[in-house]
Design a protein. Structure first.
Length: 326
């Protein structure tokens, strides 16, 4: 029985809706059309899922060209090679990096070019980073290297200096998570209650209970969103993953969603304070600056393995003291 033919692709995969028409996408499209795209790109932003969509969009446009012998979706393309963090420590090892480099040094299979996507490039250990640096210094012919990271300054400066960097904004809203919009509304209502005053014991108790209610709902929403995203990811994966690889990918998905949720909390805090800032309220200005600084500190603690419930509680208890009128 003859092998099934790959699907016919009449047009490239669309860019993420949140990025349609943005300057970064316009620059990339122009460079692709002129055949002048750099051999090494660093894609940065707060949303790993968004960065992955951009990387696959670039790969699609580089690989599925008229000169290709057959079209493939980028994630299943034989000339598109991906490397992700693995193991309990979620690192990119030297051996895995050598394997990726070996793949891109071999001639392409069906396309004139090859693409390598390095997910969460900041997870390279020092040996892997130095190995990859040598590849950046002498890139393989007809190969495009795409590095994805939410923490570009965790990369070696020598790596950053050899890639063309594009930063992509956070997606507009996380509308796909049922209950998240209600969480944001309740968070802002909680801030409003604090500003009205928590002078008596009942108000204090309600405000504290509000903290732990928001924390519990946040964790439930994060778990739900991660489970749904992981389900979609497993449907996309074409290779068998071991337990450590599955755990690493699922953790990466959770971290990306969590980062977006914390970023939207920052946006909701600014929206709450904006009317007061427009009235020239200097106290609100100071409070907003302090709140955002504490939220960034709490988000930073997530990178040293503090769980999201503790980090959010840390921020909300600080906010309780900050915004309360006594």
């Amino acid at each position: 029985m003859p092998a099934a033919l790959p699907p016919v692709r009449s047009s490239p995969a669309p860019w993420p809706e949140a990025l349609a028409g943005t300057p970064a996408v316009a620059v990339i499209e122009t460079a692709l059309a002129r055949g002048r795209l750099s051999h090494s790109l660093l894609l940065t932003g707060s949303d790993l899922s968004l960065l992955e969509q951009v990387a696959l969009g670039i790969a699609d446009r580089l690989l599925n060209v008229p000169e290709s012998s057959a079209p493939f979706p980028p994630a299943q393309h034989p000339d598109c090679h991906e490397l992700r963090p693995a193991g309990k420590m979620r690192q990119i090892s030297a051996d895995a990096t050598r394997t990726l480099i070996g793949k891109v040094q071999v001639s392409a299979t069906v396309s004139p070019r090859k693409v390598a996507i390095l997910h969460e490039a900041d997870r390279m250990n020092v040996y892997a980073a130095n190995i990859f640096l040598k590849t950046l210094e002498e890139p393989p012919a007809n190969t495009t290297l795409l590095l994805l990271t939410t923490k570009p300054y965790s990369l070696l400066p020598t790596i950053r200096s050899r890639v063309l960097q594009f930063r992509f904004p956070l997606a507009a809203q996380m509308a796909g998570i049922d209950g998240w919009a209600a969480w944001i509304t309740d968070y802002q209502a909680w801030l409003s209650q604090l500003e009205m005053g928590v002078a008596d014991r009942k108000a204090v108790a309600e405000s504290v209970f509000g903290v732990y209610g928001l924390v519990a709902r946040f964790s439930a929403l994060l778990d739900f969103a991660t489970a749904e995203a992981w389900k979609r990811e497993k449907e996309r994966v074409t290779v068998e993953l071991d337990e450590d690889e599955e755990a690493a990918r699922e953790t990466g998905i959770a971290n990306g969603i969590r980062a977006r949720m914390f970023a939207e909390i920052a946006g909701a805090t600014r929206s709450f304070a904006l009317p007061r800032l427009c009235e020239g309220d200097e106290t609100s200005r100071r409070n907003l600056a302090a709140a955002i600084a504490r939220l960034e500190q709490s988000a930073g603690l997530l990178r040293v393995n503090l769980n999201e419930s503790a980090a959010l509680e840390h921020f909300l208890l600080f906010s309780l003291r900050l915004w309360s009128r006594r």
